[in-house]
Design a protein around this ligand. Structure first.
Ligand code: ADP
Ligand code: ZN
Length: 734
């Protein structure tokens, strides 16, 4: 075991302790340590006014109160104390994201109802004694116990099975016919075995795996970019690093961007280590979350596969974090605490002497630049595993294609799909637009149906026969008469959504089995997982997908990818647009020809000469990155400069702008450190759920302590009414 020995600080009964709670107060609360004392980091229940709340012993009390009036901690919860390193992590994340500690604590104690169940519970077994009087009821209980020879029961299980009241069971316990034992409440996770043989690695895979293993065995912090085209075996390679970590007795965490990834992924992990690891994401039940949370804290869960919030799990001895598809934008949390899980993973690892592996076929420019600068180690897997080769990529110049109105599959693409059907192979059409049609327009007056609460158009979802706002989720029926000119029967869908494309494909190939994969068409993550597995097994000929399918699913029969609108995402003023389009298109194209067959990727574009489209087609990534880097450097934006967004929101637009104006006029603290301020201007999404949003952008040179300057700048402003201010460090859109 390499676990650092940490001598926990202890507070004896009556000593003053400072407790951090999830209440919106920006300070610790003072209490006296309870009977029996408590450790630093202990989870405790404390009185707060008339209520009881849960908190963590965060340090010594601040003092300055009437010592006689100090109330006592009510009790210490039956949970492992929060480790120093975890407390440090939450503090650092709070400073970086300018988030109150109370809110960070909420993230760090995500398993709801932490307080409720103690970790031990009573179980019942057959005792040596016979009851002195054997009533019918008592006989029933003992029969059940004999029937399940040697088994342990909870009292309620036993009374249920025997059909008797709990008093009967209590009577038997008293007489020694049944004995009570204490047992852990949580079922243990089956042990993972790192010694099971992995796949035989190719030479460059083996070299990469050896480098990662050496890092893990060193027991120190380090970050490695593991770059390799889709299908090059990155997963196989980093599973070897996980094996090395488990051998050392330390815990490992694999972060994935999409829960849909886990079905196939868990199977691979199970095949490698002989048992299923712990899971942590929105699809996990509350009961299971509590179990995972506690087991992780005890060090009894060796490996967690999770979404970004698993970074806040209380690992006892974390030795390795894998961030798979590290470039994925879903790692950035865009509500509440605004953080990028990839960056937090690196910090967390540096605080607990762990290794980080950032895996991607198309790394983010940030990571690419860190590797260039020598801060991260870089490992490259250059070829696809086995016979698989990268698909042949071509642009379909839409200016030369003959298309009927309201159709989007070009004759060229149609021809390629037909060929796949004849060969019994699969085609995938990619369109990053959920729903049936992005716009519903009145053909009489030109009005587009917009959301009442947001600055967004309503998107038609035909399968639920309604229009939906993708910002706030509000829905309404498809109007028969125009909301503006009141003319009836003129409302028409405009533009393609994934559902509409499905209809077009079905009309072109009536005999084909068509599967539409869009997150909103599935009631649950589980249903979606299941569908993906069926498709991988060959139960579809044509797959239509949104962003969802770009991520890591293996479809062995897939040999054609058609990108319906390669230009989507190249428009707009977003500086990251080129990077995103580049990544997404490369990922999607990587879906084709993963097994033995060479794949083909066709990109429909009206501007095939655009530099980004050309870079995608030529596959010359290094030049693309260098060009992107030069542009960002010239503009002084991340990763070559620092940026922060200040989002102001409220129901009264004038008030929101007034606050923005006041902030802009009083920017002395920013100017002092040489930072520039832009705005206020309407935020990228100017209205959400009836709240207007206005943004100020702060830009500064690399070395500027931006957070300090920002907190000093905004501190004097009191937020009136329903005004809110959120700081977004490293915004995704700038
Ligand atoms: P990536 O994570 O880079 O997309 P994977 O690890 O998923 O690549 O590998 C792609 C496919 O090739 C998977 O089905 C994987 O099991 C297989 N594969 C990769 N390396 C090997 C190997 N050394 N031996 C056998 N199969 C391998
Ligand atoms: Zn809306």
């Amino acid at each position: 075991m390499t676990q650092q020995s940490e001598s926990p600080e202890f507070f004896a009964q009556g000593e003053r302790v400072g407790v951090l709670t999830a209440q919106p107060l920006d300070r610790l609360l003072d209490y006296r340590a309870p009977e029996g004392g408590c450790f630093l980091g202990a989870f405790v229940e404390v009185p707060l006014g008339p209520r009881k709340v849960i908190g963590v012993v965060w340090g010594e009390g601040a003092g300055g109160f009437d010592a006689a009036k100090l109330r006592s901690v009510i009790r210490v919860l039956d949970l492992a104390p929060m480790r120093t390193e975890m407390r440090g992590f939450l503090e650092r994340a709070a400073q970086y994201t300018l988030t109150p500690m109370s809110m960070m604590l909420r993230l760090g104690t995500r398993a709801p109802g932490l307080a409720d169940p103690p970790s031990m519970r009573k179980i019942l077994r057959r005792g040596d004694q016979e009851p002195d009087r054997l009533t019918d009821a008592r006989a029933k209980v003992l029969d059940v116990m004999d029937e399940y020879e040697g088994a342990a029961f909870t009292a309620s299980e036993l009374s249920g099975l025997a059909g008797v009241t709990s008093s009967v069971i209590k009577g038997l316990v008293k007489q020694g016919a049944i004995c009570e034992e204490e047992a852990p409440r949580d079922l243990p996770f089956p042990p993972l075995d790192p010694e099971l043989p992995g796949k035989t690695l190719s030479d460059d895979q083996a070299a990469a795996a050896a480098a990662l293993e050496a890092g893990v065995n060193g027991g120190r912090y380090g970050t490695t970019l593991l770059k390799g085209v889709t299908g090059s075996g990155k997963t196989e390679v980093y599973l070897e690093a996980v094996a090395a970590c488990l051998r050392k007795g330390r815990q490992a965490l694999v972060l994935l961007p999409e829960i849909a990834l886990t079905a196939e992924f868990l199977k691979r992990v199970e095949a490698r280590f002989g048992a299923v690891p712990a899971e942590w994401h929105s699809g996990v039940t509350m009961t299971e979350r509590r179990r995972v949370w506690r087991m992780v804290g005890q060090g009894a869960a060796q490996l967690v596969i999770g979404a970004r919030s698993s970074l806040y799990l209380p690992f006892r001895d974390l030795g390795l974090i894998i961030v798979d598809e590290e470039h994925d934008t879903s790692y950035k949390q865009e509500e509440g605490v605004l953080y990028n899980a990839r960056d937090l993973a690196v910090w967390r690892a540096s605080l607990c002497q762990a290794q980080v592996v950032l895996a991607s076929a198309t790394p983010s420019l940030e990571t690419w630049a860190n590797a260039e600068a020598g801060k991260y180690t870089r490992l490259d897997l250059t070829s696809r595993f086995g016979e698989a080769v990268l698909p042949e990529m071509r642009a379909v110049d839409m200016r030369n294609e003959d298309l009927l109105p309201s159709t989007w599959i070009s004759p060229t693409l149609k021809q390629a799909m037909k060929l796949r059907l004849e060969r019994g192979e699969q085609s995938l059409l990619f369109l990053n637009r959920r729903g049936f049609a992005p716009v519903t327009i009145c053909r009489a007056c030109g009005t587009q149906v917009a959301c009442d609460n947001c600055d967004a158009r309503m998107v038609e979802h035909r399968f639920m026969k309604r229009l939906m706002c993708h910002q706030c989720g509000e829905t309404k029926p498809v109007p028969i008469e125009c909301p503006s000119c009141k003319v009836e029967g003129k409302m028409a869908p405009v533009g393609p959504g994934i559902e509409r494309l499905g209809e077009e494909a079905a009309a072109l190939f009536p005999e084909a089995r068509i599967a539409v994969l869009s997150s909103d068409l599935f009631g649950s993550a589980r249903a979606l997982k299941q569908r993906i597995e069926e498709i991988a097994a060959g139960e579809a000929d044509i797959i239509l997908g949104t962003q969802l399918v770009a991520k890591g699913h293996n479809f062995p029969l897939l040999t054609l990818v058609g990108v319906i609108d390669a230009d989507l995402g190249l428009q707009g003023s977003d500086l990251r647009a080129a990077e995103r389009t580049f990544q997404l298109m490369r990922q999607v194209a990587g879906r084709a020809g993963r097994a033995e067959r060479r794949g083909e990727a066709l990109m429909q574009s009206f501007q095939p000469e655009h530099p980004v489209i050309r870079a995608i087609l030529s596959g010359d990534e290094e030049s693309f990155w260098k060009a992107e880097a030069a542009q960002r450097q010239a503009a002084g934006v991340p990763p070559y400069g620092r940026m922060a967004g200040i989002i102001l929101s409220g129901t009264d637009l004038a008030q929101v702008f007034d606050l923005g104006g006041a902030l802009a006029r009083n920017d002395g603290q920013l100017r002092q450190v040489g930072a520039q301020l832009f705005g206020p201007a309407p935020a990228p999404i100017a209205r959400v759920r009836g709240r207007h949003r206005v943004r100020l952008l702060v830009k500064a040179d690399k070395g500027v302590p931006l957070q300090d300057a920002i907190s000093r700048w905004i501190a004097p402003f009191k937020l009136k009414g329903d005004l809110r201010l959120n700081v977004d460090i490293d915004p995704q859109n700038f």
